[in-house]
Ligand binder design. Structure first.
Ligand SMILES: NC(=O)c1ccc[n+]([C@@H]2O[C@H](COP(=O)([O-])OP(=O)(O)OC[C@H]3O[C@@H](n4cnc5c(N)ncnc54)[C@H](O)[C@@H]3O)[C@@H](O)[C@H]2O)c1
Length: 447
C-alpha cells in the first residue's frame, strides 16, 4: 500500500518505519527540514530502542522515504496518517493548529481518493473538524473528490515503541464507512496474525478511548502517590501494599508504582485536555482534576524531602541528580520531574551535577546556559563534590550501585530516591540515610 505519514516525531517515525517493514511504501513528511535531513543522512533524531535498525533496513530497501515536499507527500499515499503534535494550548486544551494545517494541505492538494487517519491524540470531535477543513479546501478548488475519515489513536509507549507497534494489544479504529475499515483492516492485517485486535467503533468513541486510557493510567499513578504519602506518615510500606493489591486480578500490577510524579509528552497534556473538554461541556470531572493536582504536588516530593533535611537555603550545596528523562529508555524530557527538581534546587541557591544515560544533549537544550548545572560523564562522577544524591529516573544502570562508594563520595550520606529502586534495609546497612517514596527505612518483618 502507498502510505503517507504526516509528522515524523516519535509516533510518526515509528508508524512509518513499522508500516514500511510490512512491505508498504511509506513517505514520512515533516515541516522540520533539519529532522528530515538527519533521517536522509541515515541518522535518527530520537532515542528509541530498535528503531534505527527498522528505519535503516526499510530506507535502504526504498520502502521508507523522508521529505519536506508537501505536494509529493499528499500525492503519494492513499492512506494519509496525521501524526503531528497536539501540544497543550495556554488553557490546557489541545492545540489543533498542526493537525488542521496537515488536513488543509491534504484538501488543497489531493487529486484522488484519500483515507485520512488521525493518529495524533485529539479531543473528541476533531475528526469532524479535520473533515470540515478538507471539505472546505476542496470546495475552494471547486472539486468534489471522495475521501474517508478515520481515527486511529496510538498507544505506543516511548522506550518500547517499536515493540508496541509491532505487537499491539489492540488497534482502535474509529470509522464512518466501509471503505475506510477495509483499508485499515488490510494495513493492520500483518500486526494481528495471532488474534483479531481491531476494535472498530465510531470516530468520537475512538477519540475518547485514547484519553480514557491515559487518564486511567495517570489515575492509578496519582492514587498510589497519594497513598504513599499516607504510608510514610503511618509507617507502612507502599511497596508491600502495591504487591498486596496488585495480586488481585481485578487490579493488576501495572502502573501501581509510587514515585516522584508522572511526566512525558502524553499523561500531563492528555489529562489537562480531557479536563478542558469536559469543562467546555459544563462538566466538572472531579477525579481527573484531583489526578492532575496530586501529580503537580508529587513532582515537589523530592524537593520537599531535601528541604526537610537541609533547610530551605541551599546556597553553597551541590546535589547529584541521576536521571533526567521522564522515564527510562528515552531521551524525552517533556514535563519530566527532573525539570521541576532542578529548577527548585537552583531557586534555593543550590548547584546540581546531572547525569542521564541518554538525555544529556536534550538536557543541555532544555536547561540552556546555567553555570550552576554541571554535566557528569557517569553516575559516580556525578557524585563528586555532591552533598547528597537525588534519583529521578529509574534507569537500569542505577539499580545496583556500590553503596559504600556512594556513601564515601557524598558530603552527607543520604539518597533521595524518587523511584524506589532499592531495598531500604540494604541501603541503611551501608550507612546511608535512604529517603524513598512511601517506604520506611528499615524492614520490620522477617522475609
Ligand atoms: N510520544 C508518545 O509516546 C505518544 C504516544 C501516543 C500518542 N501520541 C500522540 O501523537 C501525536 C504526536 O506525538 P509525538 O510525540 O510524535 O510528537 P513530536 O513532537 O515528536 O512530533 C510531531 C512532528 O510533527 C511535525 N509537524 C508539525 N506540523 C506539521 C505539518 N503540518 N506537516 C508535517 N509535519 C508537521 C513536527 O515538526 C514534529 O516533528 C501527539 O498528538 C501525541 O499526543 C504520542
Amino acid at each position: 500500500m502507498k502510505i503517507t505519514v504526516v509528522g515524523t516525531g516519535y509516533v510518526g517515525l515509528v508508524t512509518g518505519a513499522c508500516l514500511a517493514d510490512m512491505g508498504n511504501h511509506v513517505v514520512c513528511l515533516d515541516v522540520d527540514a533539519r529532522k528530515i535531513q538527519v533521517l536522509n543522512e541515515g541518522g535518527i533524531p530520537i532515542h528509541e530502542p530498535g528503531l534505527d535498525e527498522v528505519v535503516r533496513r526499510n530506507a535502504a530497501a526504498g520502502r521508507l522515504q523522508f521529505t519536506t515536499d508537501v505536494p509529493a507527500a499528499v500525492a503519494h499515499g492513499t492512506l494519509q496518517f496525521i501524526a503531528v503534535g497536539t501540544p497543550p494550548d495556554e488553557d490546557g486544551s489541545a492545540d489543533l493548529q498542526y493537525v488542521l494545517a496537515a488536513a488543509r494541505n491534504i484538501g488543497r492538494l489531493m487529486t484522488d481518493y484519500k483515507l485520512v487517519i488521525d493518529k495524533s491524540t485529539v479531543p473528541v470531535g476533531t475528526a469532524d473538524k479535520v473533515k470540515a477543513a478538507i471539505a472546505d479546501e476542496l470546495a475552494q478548488r471547486g472539486m468534489s473528490l471522495e475521501f474517508s475519515m478515520a481515527s486511529n489513536p496510538e498507544f505506543l509507549k516511548e522506550g518500547a515503541a517499536v515493540e508496541d507497534f509491532m505487537r499491539p494489544d489492540r488497534i482502535v479504529v474509529g470509522v464512518e464507512d466501509e471503505r475506510a475499515v477495509n483499508l485499515l483492516r488490510a494495513v493492520y492485517a500483518p500486526f494481528q496474525r495471532s488474534r483479531e485486535k481491531l476494535v472498530v467503533m465510531d470516530l468520537r468513541s475512538a477519540e475518547l478511548t485514547k484519553y480514557a486510557a491515559n487518564a486511567m493510567l495517570a489515575t492509578r499513578i496519582s492514587f498510589m502517590n497519594e497513598l504513599a504519602l499516607l504510608a510514610e506518615r503511618m509507617g507502612a510500606d507502599i511497596e508491600l501494599v502495591r504487591q498486596g493489591i496488585g495480586s488481585d486480578p481485578r487490579i493488576g500490577y501495572h502502573f501501581l508504582y509510587a514515585g516522584a510524579g508522572y511526566g512525558g509528552s502524553c499523561f500531563p497534556k492528555d489529562v489537562k485536555a480531557l479536563i478542558r473538554t469536559s469543562s467546555e461541556e459544563g462538566l466538572d470531572l472531579k477525579v481527573l482534576q484531583a489526578v492532575e493536582d496530586a501529580n503537580d504536588a508529587q513532582k515537589m516530593v523530592l524537593v520537599n524531602k531535601v528541604v526537610a533535611k537541609f533547610g530551605n537555603d541551599l546556597w553553597g550545596k551541590r546535589f547529584a541528580l541521576w536521571g533526567l528523562a521522564f522515564k527510562p529508555n528515552t531521551d524525552d524530557m517533556r514535563e519530566a520531574t527532573s525539570r521541576v527538581v532542578v529548577a527548585e534546587l537552583l531557586a534555593r541557591g543550590a548547584s546540581v551535577t546531572v547525569y542521564d544515560p541518554v538525555a544529556m544533549d536534550e538536557a543541555r537544550r532544555v536547561f540552556g546556559v546555567e553555570p550552576r548545572i554541571a554535566y557528569a560523564s557517569g553516575p559516580m562522577q556525578a557524585l563528586e563534590g555532591a552533598e547528597a544524591l537525588i534519583i529521578v529516573t529509574e534507569w537500569k544502570e542505577f539499580r545496583s550501585p556500590d553503596f559504600a562508594a556512594v556513601k564515601a563520595a557524598l558530603g552527607t550520606p543520604v539518597i533521595f530516591d524518587g523511584r524506589n529502586l532499592y531495598e531500604p534495609a540494604l541501603v541503611a546497612e551501608a550507612g546511608l540515610d535512604y529517603q524513598a517514596i512511601g517506604r520506611p527505612q528499615t524492614r520490620r518483618v522477617p522475609r
